[in-house]
Design a protein around this ligand. Structure first.
Ligand code: F6P
Length: 319
């Protein structure tokens, strides 16, 4: 193994830069040539590739976004796209590839490895929706960003005695809503994995009001519904004035937390180690404080499970 390359793909996530830095600097430490591919698989097809060195990743560990930029490439999914990608990999003598991204990016990584390119996937997504790992890079920062917003909305919710619905990202996964909602003391947390009953949400809200609660916070995962529609329903059923806030892409940016930087650094180095060990198709993840790895195919086959105990606890505590 002489030359490795790294790319970030799919939705960006805070901490991706720390992961890139780790792959590049650990690769250089192991005397490898390290190439950076811009704009994910799309950039691979366009051969947007440059050699990286220690200085190319200076001053990025604390920055949100991804220095290598990102894209969701439809072209790469076609047979023609794959042929082109393999050709570029060949021209640049890439012996191993590190893909930082979510499940869509991992599927691309798997296809490349099936076609003879040793590939390691690093979980980079704010959604925390990859079942094989307890943690994905960007999740902690996104939770804290959502939490900051929830805290601010709590202030105005109290002042006006309203019910505020806060919609967070996460695609089909409720982890971001659950963690931000629990940490923010939300009265109700609505996630795609667990069916919800709007009457129960309303009853809880009214019980809180009867106890003299002034604010009401309902955290809704985007995969479970729409904040504006839910707000209208709640207002009709309870007579309490509602406001909806969709946090949107604010959750994808910002300075990564220490946790995201540390885990990204650990997993980035592990990716390089695995390529040097001759692994051909592996996903790197975290279980507790341990860095783990498993075949990408197996990782993608696992079903993501909701943290039911945490959900139930949040429900009990949010009286
Ligand atoms: O996967 C990350 C994510 O931010 C999801 O939470 C969200 O549903 C999606 O990406 C939004 O994608 P885009 O930035 O392409 O609109």
């Amino acid at each position: 193994m002489q030359t490795i390359a790294v790319l970030t793909s799919g939705g960006d996530a805070p901490g991706m830069n720390a992961a890139i830095r780790s792959v590049v600097r650990y690769g250089v430490h192991k005397e490898l040539k390290v190439l950076g591919i811009r704009q994910g698989y799309e950039g691979l097809l366009n051969a947007e590739i440059e050699e990286m060195n220690l200085s190319s990743v200076a001053d990025i560990i604390h920055r949100g976004g991804t220095k290598l930029r990102s894209a969701r490439s439809e072209r790469f999914k076609t047979p023609e796209g794959l042929r082109k990608a393999l050709n570029v990999i060949n021209i640049f003598n890439i012996d191993g590839l590190v893909v930082i991204g979510g499940d869509g990016s991992f599927r691309g990584a798997q296809v490349l490895s099936e076609n003879g390119v040793p590939t390691v996937g690093l979980p980079g997504t704010i959604d925390n929706d990859l079942a094989y790992t307890e943690y994905t890079i960007g999740f902690d920062t996104a939770v804290n960003t959502a939490l900051d917003a929830i805290g601010k909305i709590r202030d105005t919710s109290t002042s006006h005695g309203r019910a505020n619905i806060i919609e967070v990202m996460g695609r089909d996964c409720g982890d971001l809503a659950l963690h931000a909602g629990l940490a923010g003391g939300a009265e109700s947390i609505i996630v795609p994995e667990i069916p919800f009953d709007v009457d129960r949400v309303c009853n809880k809200l009214l019980q809180g009001r009867n106890r003299g609660k002034l604010h009401s916070l309902i955290v809704l995962a985007e995969g479970a519904g729409n904040a504006i529609d839910l707000g209208k329903q709640i207002q009709e059923k309870t007579g309490i004035e509602t406001r909806a806030t969709i946090l949107g892409h604010i959750q994808r940016g910002g300075t990564p937390t220490a946790k995201d930087r540390v885990m990204a650094s650990q997993m980035g180095a592990k990716a390089v180690e695995l390529l040097l060990e001759g692994k051909e198709s592996v996903a790197v993840g975290m279980r507790g404080t341990k860095v783990i790895s498993m075949p990408i195919k197996e990782a993608l086959a696992l079903e993501n499970e909701m943290e039911k105990e945490t959900y139930d606890l949040a429900d009990i505590l949010s009286k």
